[in-house]
Ligand binder design. Sequence first.
Ligand code: ATP
Length: 436
Amino acid sequence: MTKEQNDRMEKILSLCKRRGLIFQGSEIYGGLAGTWDYGPLGAELKHNVKNLWWKRFVTDRDDMYGIHSAILMNPRVWEASGHVSGFSDPLVECSKCKRRFRADHLENLDKCPECDGNLSGEKQFNMMFKTNIGATEDGESISYLRPETAGGMFVNFKNVLDSFHPKLPFGLAQIGKAFRNEISPGNFLFRSREFEQMEVEYFVSPENWKHAFEEWRGVMIDWMKEIGLKKEHVFEHEIAEKDLAFYSKRTVDFEFKYPFGREELYGLAYRTDYDLVRHSEYSGIDLTYFDEDQKLHFTPHVIEPSLGVDRTILAILSDAYDEEEVEGEMRVVLRLKPIIAPIQVAVLPLMKKDGLAEKAKEITRELKKNLRLMYDESGSIGKRYRRQDEIGTPFAITVDYDTLKDQTVTIRDRDSMKQERIAINTISSYLSEHFQ
Ligand code: ATP
């Protein structure tokens, strides 16, 4: 990482901590590598992103079924999926400092990048977190924290088929936690050991996979635009045939230009009928679909758009973070889209006295019914604007002495910093117009 890239990451991290978006996991105990805690504003941002995703990928459509499955699953699930035997990364260890590295992330496989010691030969390291279920700790009781949410959808394919009788093509989706014992977590939210995914398993007739793949590609591109990622920072990486997982016939990785460089953001894969066939073999349960028109049983094929929530948050923050000089002072501003901003409008009384605070609170109560709002009366008005800029609040309403006389307020746009005077009873329509 260059110094400039590192500085930008440091600034984003420090803003996240300073303003209560994201903190190091277990911080008062010195932290726990690969974990992050979302503070009040970060939780709100994450919540908004997940809600928007659920709306776009599930409820806006009539071919999608949302589920919420258990994190702990029968260990056979992960045998069938191939995770027990194959979900591993190549690991090398330094004989001197004992640090461990992912072999495929190193340029030189002989020398330790930290202390120049000798590196061991490669061995495979399974990334699933093992745990024991119940009171005994033997081989029989071993289970895993799920390494991806996809398994939940395959295991519930038949349940949804039997209870809703959907016709192909249709999909299952879920948002939830996934756990991977990454050898070297890092780059803030990019690679952690506990993270969230938003995944779709879309079931199609084998001959229709190309059409569905293109459709979901479009949905993902629209999504990235809607959450405010810059087009010039998103890249599609078509995985070469020789590098495809053995069950995949086509995979496109969506890469993003993070401050530390271009890396994977999302994946879109055509997984053939691999998963349903394997789960059927391992469970002994028929997971075919009956096509009424053709009077034919067959195993549907799958298109899988897989999105990491935390990488989404990191990409959003990376593109939204901005600094500019205003009247000789540096202004930090998060240019978040109103649809996902933790706070959409701040209401600020110019002074606490003379009835201004009461008036501002009255406006807050009214607008809070439909918007994410923050009331703030502490510090100078300039400081309060800066605070809202830093947490990405698109609009700030100021209540001043004229408000008491003529029922108007000023409304300040975060990006242009321009202020307009508008009537209180037009605030809602003004905002809905400007939220587009
Ligand atoms: P990478 O190659 O970066 O390890 P991957 O190809 O193993 O990622 P997938 O198995 O395709 O990732 O997981 C789907 C999505 O889940 C990724 O595109 C990413 O958004 C997210 N994801 C995967 N691993 C992590 C992690 N350790 N921390 C945060 N998000 C992750």
